[in-house]
Design a protein around this ligand. Structure first.
Ligand SMILES: [Zn+2]
Length: 441
């Protein structure tokens, strides 16, 4: 198995994802790269299978499959296997890193199976790797050694062979860390998610840490909703909920009552002022209560799980909100505020404990994608819905949280799921915890 990357003392790993706006030529290259990675994966798996079969038949043992030996074999063979029907050799159109990634994917999958068989992996049993079929497999590839950089205009990412790609959103947060030499790019994974092509940039960030995360292998999605404050799930199912605290609910309805009352009173009157000051006080109480609840929640999550996924920027939900009437849009507004706050807190708490926060692309349809079959359908604002494709029924928030948890495999590709997230041993530095200052919240 390839050696685990251990970041130097005082650094932690973080992943930043960006949706890409590709030109038609770039999109065609990316699609070719997806196919090429799959091709190299399948070729490598076939070699491993052939070796096992050879051993079974003859009893002559071959070298244990290793990335280095198989990549060497691939390089020796590629001119013979990468040939089109018309006899053209095509490997030179694709970055060699993409093939290396495919070879590595197959060897890692083999060793995960071996370790799982030997009982060395926690969690669900891992099967023998299977050949990847187009459409069944997540389209993706990673670069890990070549030149990868974020451009200073904060709107472009440059990758080997593909060139300079436009990012859909500003790369400011990451670009700034890199420019200050506080972060270094380790790898970039490009994947398809629905119609969008996403680049996940893994970086080593120099930040202080106070303690270690307790379950570094755990990956969770956090959906912030209207009915419950938050739902927490792994890729396999819901593991927790955060209800709106009762006391908060009570204060909210009291707040709405006072707001109606104030409307009936004459502006500037003594009664008006009285109601207004009650409202101000209640607002502050509500804010404190929510803040406290969210702090306890985020600290607990950041301390416990290795990878956390939340929804990204809120622009999409703000647009949806327009159509919703009265109470619901107020609630929607509240949950958006809660999402912003949860994300803001996780952004600085995760690095403290060495966990990784991933902000899913804001166009990722986490609510309306069926987590059983991947079908996307219109679900309006209903709480329960049934998939048109596979007829499984879903609770909106549960389904969204599970989909978000699965998004985690994007940000940490390159590190196989079971290997979890690298983290360093405890170190304290005077640089302070408040590295988030100056970054947008
Ligand atoms: Zn379905």
């Amino acid at each position: 198995m390839s050696p685990k990357y251990t970041p130097p003392e005082g650094q932690i790993i973080q992943a930043f994802t960006f949706a890409l706006d590709l030109t038609p030529e770039q999109a065609a290259s990316v699609a070719r790269f997806f196919g090429a990675r799959r091709f190299a994966f399948n070729w490598t798996l076939a070699q491993i299978k052939a070796d096992l079969e050879h051993y079974r038949v003859t009893g002559e043992s071959t070298d244990a499959p290793s990335f280095y030996s198989l990549r060497k074999r691939w390089n020796a063979e590629k001119s013979n296997v990468c040939v089109t029907d018309t006899g053209e050799v095509w490997w030179s159109d694709v970055s060699k890193e993409v093939f290396a990634d495919g070879v590595k994917g197959a060897t890692d999958a083999y060793w995960r199976w071996q370790k799982s068989r030997a009982g060395q992996l926690v969690g669900r049993r891992v099967g023998f790797p299977r050949f990847k079929k187009r459409g069944k497999d997540r389209d993706r590839f990673s670069f890990s050694t070549a030149v990868m950089r974020l451009e200073a205009d904060r709107r472009h990412l440059t990758l080997p062979v593909l060139g300079t790609l436009r990012t859909h959103e500003n790369t400011r947060r990451l670009e700034r860390l890199i420019a200050l030499e506080r972060a270094k790019v380790l790898s970039v994974t490009v994947s398809r998610y629905g119609d969008r092509i996403i680049a996940a940039v893994r970086v080593a960030v120099i930040r202080p840490q106070q303690a270690r995360v307790t379950q570094p292998d755990s990956m969770i999605g956090i959906d912030v909703g209207v009915r419950r404050l938050a739902t927490v799930a792994t890729r396999d199912g819901v593991i927790g909920e955060l209800a709106n605290p009762r006391a908060l609910e009570r204060r909210l309805s009291e707040l709405r009552r006072l707001q109606r009352q104030r409307c009936r009173r004459t502006r500037g009157s003594r009664q008006y002022k009285e109601t207004a000051s009650k409202i101000t006080r209640l607002h502050a109480e509500v804010a404190n209560q929510r803040q406290h609840t969210i702090h306890v929640f985020t600290t607990n999550l950041a301390k416990t799980h290795g990878v956390l996924v939340v929804e990204g920027l809120d622009a999409a939900s703000l647009l949806q909100q327009k159509g919703l009437p009265g109470a619901r849009s107020r609630r929607r507004g509240l949950s958006d505020a809660a999402l912003g706050e949860i994300r803001r807190q996780l952004r600085y708490k995760c690095p403290w404990y060495g966990s990784t926060l991933i902000e899913a692309d804001r166009f990722f349809p986490s609510s309306k994608t069926c987590h059983d079959c991947g079908h996307v359908q219109h679900i309006g604002s209903s709480e329960h819905w049934t998939c048109e494709e596979c007829s499984s029924s879903h609770q909106r928030d549960d389904n969204a949280a599970i989909n978000l948890a699965r998004w985690a495999s994007l940000g940490s590709v390159g590190a196989p799921v079971k290997r979890g997230v690298e983290h360093q041993t405890e170190s304290h530095s005077a640089a302070g915890d408040d590295t988030r200052k100056g970054s947008p919240t």
